[in-house]
Design a protein around this ligand. Sequence first.
Ligand code: FMN
Length: 294
Amino acid sequence: MKNILVIYYSQTGQSQKMVEEFVQAQTNVNIHKLRIDVEPKYMFPWKIKQFFRLFPLCVRGVTPKIKVPWEQVQGIEFDKVVIAYQVWFLSPSLPAQALLKTPELQVIVRGKTVLGLVSARNMWVSAVDRFNQQLKKMGSQKVINFVLCDQSPTWATFVTTPRWLLTGKREPFWIFPKAGIADEDYLLVRKLKLTESLNDTALESEALKWSHKQLPVAYVAEKIGINYFKLMAAFIQTVAPKENLFKDFLLLLFRLGLVLLIVLMLPISAIIVMLMAKKVALTVDRRVNDLIKV
Ligand SMILES: Cc1cc2nc3c(=O)[nH]c(=O)nc-3n(C[C@H](O)[C@H](O)[C@H](O)COP(=O)(O)O)c2cc1C
């Protein structure tokens, strides 16, 4: 039987659930599962200051120390690699970025197909693009992605996701739905059943069919957002590379700018999508499909 390496980080459990569903769906292959730990661990729920301190690090790729129990898979030759990761600040999460820097993974992915199991609120395009590019640079032969998002309206997730992350409260309240990926959506991961011969074409077509895509409004908003993120992260990290009061002050300004941007960005994105509906829908469709199979 073929050997599959499944490697993942999960803080709030969404990527872990994707991994569990994926593993349960497999009958024809040997699965070897490794969980990434970060040292020191990130606290949950997040304190707002700690949460935003990660922003410039995520965007600029300043990674933390991670622990991966590589010794458990020493000597095994893998036929395919599955990496389950999440989006933080429109970038791959810091543990996922740190994983790509490990010499062990660099050897394992060379010449292999990598399946990415990605979870996000609903803005994942820039992060997956960056992760795909890095995997390609490391010599991966092919990357296939499968994404699950919170399918509630974008305006609602801008409230429910931060509320969940900063207070731990996930349940519906007032006019807002429950935060996170819907329980029934995890079942979609089971569509990614590997064949005995590890046929990539079959896997690719299942991923294209069942992966969550991106709404045109979220796509346009992300395009605007990523430019603001890159600019601010470069500025903050250059003038204040170390954690101190000055950096926290700059991050406060970033937060104020972000609130303003969200308030302006959503209506602007909605207007752009309304005025150029067909063109935007086509562009998003093409772009998203390109990111799912690379
Ligand atoms: C620090 C941080 C930043 C995040 N930034 C984004 C983001 O930019 N876009 C997005 O769609 N989701 C974002 N999210 C939501 C996570 O991607 C999502 O909740 C993910 O499923 C968490 O994975 P986990 O449960 O395996 O830890 C962010 C979450 C955290 C903790």
